[in-house]
Design a protein around this ligand. Structure first.
Ligand code: ZN
Length: 271
């Protein structure tokens, strides 16, 4: 399975070294068939920016970093830096993926941004506010189409698949969207927000968790950010008889999500 990363405008690609994964990740050695399922799932085009890494909770990126250039190390003929290509000795750890989850939010036209109110609001706030680094961290542009694409760190537990993965957003996620932080808790004092996923765990692969839980979560957060951008978030929640905590129960429940959509459509116009 190939992975690739854009490093300073140059695309570097490599074959994922599953032997090294099995050497360093105890569950992967015990359950090679499960490892194959996880890797296959994460090879879907929607996850093309997601790289398999060796988790290191001390680092900002979430992955063990190159001692020379601080690039996140990958499984490439050992543990290797995709920037300066040196291999680095490593000890046992956890398998994680770090990458971006894109949702289309609008487009750039000659006279400015078009699309979701939250996108236009974030565009003005981040770029006019001189926060280019946050803009680059959260948005991807392809042609004139713009995607909200937050960085996500997914950590598979040491007893995989018996426990669920930890899915983490950076703390800046809520700040960028301009909504209160809900259904997220701080993990180990890091500047990351770990998301609530399942009350009952059915051993789904990471790819299924991201598609069925995390992408829908990002979409509802964008809807809440749209309501916040037009100044009607709390009015909408009051009309639904809920609050910022309870509104997440509206995800995936047909009758409730229909009620949410009706209120949302009265306040939000997408141009
Ligand atoms: Zn390096």
């Amino acid at each position: 399975m190939m992975q690739a990363k854009n490093i300073g405008g140059r695309i570097v690609s490599w074959e994922v070294d599953t032997n090294t994964i099995r050497l360093l990740i105890p569950w992967a050695a015990r359950r090679p068939e499960r490892l194959a399922l996880e890797l296959q799932g994460m090879a879907l085009p929607v996850f093309q920016t997601h790289l398999a890494i060796l988790y290191d909770e001390e680092t900002h990126s979430g992955g063990k970093e190159c001692p020379a250039c601080h690039e996140v190390l990958v499984f490439w003929e050992g543990i290797r830096c995709p920037r300066c290509l040196r291999t680095v000795p490593a000890s046992r750890g956890l398998l994680a993926y770090v990458g971006r989850l894109p949702t289309p939010v609008g487009r750039m036209e000659g006279d400015g941004p078009r699309g979701r109110p939250s996108f236009k609001h974030m565009y003005r706030r981040l770029l006019a506010g001189g926060q280019q680094a946050l803009w680059d961290a959260y948005f991807l542009t392809v042609g004139n189409q713009v995607y909200f694409a937050p960085p996500v760190l997914s950590v598979l537990p040491d007893n995989c698949p018996h426990a669920q993965p930890s899915i983490l957003f950076w703390d800046s996620y809520f700040e960028v969207l301009g909504i209160p932080r809900e259904h997220a808790y701080t993990r180990g004092g890091l500047e990351r927000a770990s998301l609530c996923i399942y009350a009952n765990w059915h051993q789904d692969t990471l790819a299924v968790v991201l598609q069925q839980r995390i992408i829908p979560r990002i979409i509802i957060d964008l809807c809440l950010a749209d309501l916040a951008a037009v100044g009607q978030l709390y009015a909408a929640l009051r009309r639904l008889g809920t609050d910022m905590h309870g509104v997440y129960n509206y995800i995936g429940k047909p009758r409730l999500s229909q009620a949410f959509k009706q209120v949302y459509d009265q306040y939000v116009t997408i141009d």
